[in-house]
Design a protein around this ligand. Structure first.
Ligand code: GDP
Length: 510
């Protein structure tokens, strides 16, 4: 399980001396040819040389899930992870929407809830349930295929007016194969002329041991449409999770799953669902072929949080490459693995800076080309006995007219926390049509300042302020400068007002 520097150098086909220098660059001091390292560190270094190591790490402690604890009872209870399954049109999305709304009500301003793949609902009792919010089987199945048993409980939705259908049977099979207990939600009970007993019979025929027939599978009657019975459904999930006695460590290296991954303004992000330990900014985590030094954790309400414990979904940034849904997350704790990862992070940063340099060089080139073009216009004007200044001005005017077809309205976005600023920027940036569009020229969280007002005034733009009170003095200052500050606590109102501002700039209809 250990490999010497000399052997690793041979494996990656490097000269030993060069290889040792490289390792010193990575931050390894005192490396000699017989310095040994574990498989994980060696693997990470080999990846640096373009190899895809297949390491047998079965004996390594770091970057492997910890063995389960001997005595579970000392652990903290954790929220259950619930997936909703069932036949198409039986009401999965409707039920999820209802549950999501009840999660929004619990938050302060209730407006922005982003789809991050999961959300948590706090019950009146204080108990928390986490729902995976991709309806249908795809999330569950793709996770299962990757060996991830993320779900603790399946809520099987069956429409009272349609009873058991092929996808219902499939869902029953999957839940059984994964050994995940089911709660049946018979939905659409608000509809007339339904036969609940017949549905129960059908379920029993398909191997669901429902309570009414002496089994232990709870059946809850609900209407996702009217909300009837929905609290009962949540309670059933809490009760079942207490019976299952789900607990997890809140300390030690963090473990979890990637639920979703994508790219946002803040870079690559992934929704992490922690199942052991606690995730914090600054942690280094590895998922699949990539890793992150976590910069920030943001929950489904767009609020930045300081930590995420077991059963809590959060979006995590700072990824070097895009992780994949279903990847398991492990925290790197050994100093050696951190060193390699830090080195790679810095390398990525240098690459980014180099890209910035390229942008600057492009700008310089464009400037040079412009100057050359002007020179040519002047020379031609002189040859034709025309005024060179007028010729340049005329050509610039033409170019400007070409550009003017599309009008940009500038906005400066301010908000209470980074997450809400992000959400506002994302909602506002795409607004507009082929004639006029919104452009966020700067965004940051924290109070509106005189500088923001000056900037908006210079850019003839507006200040968008989300979830923030504006200082009366600043309001007066903005008024003097002719700058409008729009304040909102609900994102769609803000979007409405921005849209209205954009339409004001459209040329009058003829
Ligand atoms: P999914 O395909 O399982 O996600 O089902 P949807 O949530 O999209 O629901 C399918 C249809 O059933 C939609 O037209 C819903 O409005 C309707 N529906 C869902 N739940 C109920 C309910 O409790 N009562 C009634 N009457 N209609 C419902």
């Amino acid at each position: 399980e250990y490999i010497s520097v000399a052997n690793l150098a041979r494996a990656v086909k490097m000269r030993l001396d060069d290889f040792i220098v490289q390792m010193q660059n990575m931050g390894f001091e005192d490396v000699s040819h017989d310095h040994v390292m574990n498989a994980e560190v060696a693997g990470l270094i080999a990846m640096e040389y373009g190899y895809e190591p297949i390491a047998d790490t079965s004996k390594e402690e770091d970057l492997l899930p910890r063995p389960p604890p001997e005595d579970k009872s000392v652990l903290q209870p954790r929220p259950p992870i619930v997936t909703i399954m069932g036949h198409v049109d039986h009401g999965k999305t409707t039920i999820l929407d209802w549950l999501r709304k009840s999660s929004i009500v619990a938050t302060e301003h209730g407006g922005i809830t982003q789809h991050i793949g999961a959300f948590s609902v706090t019950m009146p009792s204080g108990k928390i349930i986490t729902f995976l919010d991709t309806p249908g089987h795809s999330a569950f199945l793709s996770m299962r295929e990757r060996g991830a048993n993320v779900t603790d409980i399946v809520i099987l939705v069956v429409a009272a007016d349609d009873s058991v259908k092929p996808q219902t049977i499939e869902a029953i099979k999957h839940a059984k194969a994964a050994n995940v207990p089911i709660i049946v939600a018979i939905n659409k009970i608000d509809k007339e002329g339904t036969d609940i007993d017949a549905v129960k019979q059908d379920l029993a025929k398909n191997g669901v041991d429902i309570e009414d027939f002496g089994g232990d599978t709870q059946v809850v009657l609900v209407s996702g449409k009217t909300g009837q019975g929905m609290e009962g459904l949540e309670e059933a999930a809490v009760t079942l999770s207490e019976v299952l006695d789900m607990r997890a460590e809140t300390d030690g290296p963090c473990e979890g799953w990637v639920l979703e991954a994508g790219t946002e303004k803040r870079g690559r992000v992934a929704t992490a669902l922690v199942n052991r330990g606690t995730l914090r900014p600054g942690d280094i985590i590895v998922a699949g072929q990539t890793w992150s030094r976590v910069r920030s954790l943001i929950n489904e309400h767009g609020v930045e949080v300081e930590f995420a414990g077991p059963g809590t979904p959060v979006t995590v940034d700072g990824w070097r490459d895009q992780p994949l849904a279903g990847d398991s997350i492990l925290q790197a704790v050994s100093e050696a693995s951190k060193k390699v990862i830090n080195f790679r992070m810095e390398k990525a940063e240098r690459l980014r800076q180099a890209t910035d340099m390229e942008a600057i060089n492009n700008q310089r080139r464009a400037q040079r080309e412009k100057e050359a073009a002007e020179k040519e216009i002047r020379e031609q004007a002189l040859a034709n006995k025309q005024d060179p200044d007028a010729a340049v001005a005329a050509s610039e005017k033409l170019a400007a007219e070409g550009r003017k077809k599309y009008e940009v309205v500038n906005f400066i976005v301010k908000g209470d926390v980074a997450g809400s600023v992000e959400a506002v920027v994302e909602s506002v940036s795409p607004l507009g049509n082929e004639e006029v569009g919104a452009k966020v020229i700067r965004s940051s969280f924290g109070a509106v300042t005189e500088f923001d007002v000056d900037h908006a005034a210079a850019a003839e733009g507006y200040i968008l302020c989300f979830n923030l009170a504006v200082d009366p003095e600043i309001i007066q200052y903005a008024r003097n400068k002719g700058v409008t500050i729009m304040t909102h606590n609900v994102i769609y109102r803000l979007v409405e007002e921005v849209t209205a501002k954009l339409s004001e700039r459209l040329p009058p209809l003829i």
